[in-house]
Design a protein around this ligand. Structure first.
Ligand code: FES
Length: 152
């Protein structure tokens, strides 16, 4: 992806009109993650049917515009996917769907990815399931972020 320095139209759209904001009562899985650096918090709710397909995804956040936009897009991307497929909704996939994010905002998109993972983990635990490739959730994405920075 080429270097992006400002918000794309898609990012602005999802920031101004975020999709799927709210809570799901009796959600199949709920995940909350935070970023100690900026203090932002994200909570993701997933409703998963008996076939392991994500029926609905909603989120709430105390986060910046990029966190709102990435979560909004992430909830759109996981809907209709199996829990296994939902794992492939990485921050990279979300950023691509949004036509990129400025580099300084990439960490914000990790909040969405980690919140989905945490919600999937909660679902798996409640149902005594194993989801291949799913790692235990992190409470604070700071460490993951450091890892991503090393990778780049
Ligand atoms: Fe904290 Fe964006 S600045 S999530």
């Amino acid at each position: 992806m080429s270097q992006v320095t400002e918000y794309s139209d898609k990012v602005m759209d999802h920031f101004m009109n975020p999709r799927n904001v709210g809570e799901i009562e009796n959600a199949s899985g709920v995940g909350t993650v935070g970023n100690a650096k900026c203090g932002d918090i994200m909570r993701m709710y997933l409703d998963i049917d008996e076939n392991g397909v994500v029926r609905e995804a909603k989120f709430k956040t105390f986060g910046c515009g990029a966190a709102v936009a990435t979560s909004s897009m992430a909830t759109e991307l996981v809907r209709g996917k199996t829990v296994q497929e939902a794992l492939s909704v990485t921050n990279q996939a979300v950023m691509e769907a949004l036509d990129g994010l400025p580099k300084v905002k990439i960490h914000c998109s990790l909040l969405a990815e980690e919140a989905i993972h945490a919600a999937l983990w909660d679902y798996a635990e409640k149902n005594h399931l194993t989801i291949d490739g799913l790692k235990p959730p992190v409470n604070d994405i700071d460490e993951t972020e450091a890892f991503y920075e090393m990778e780049r």
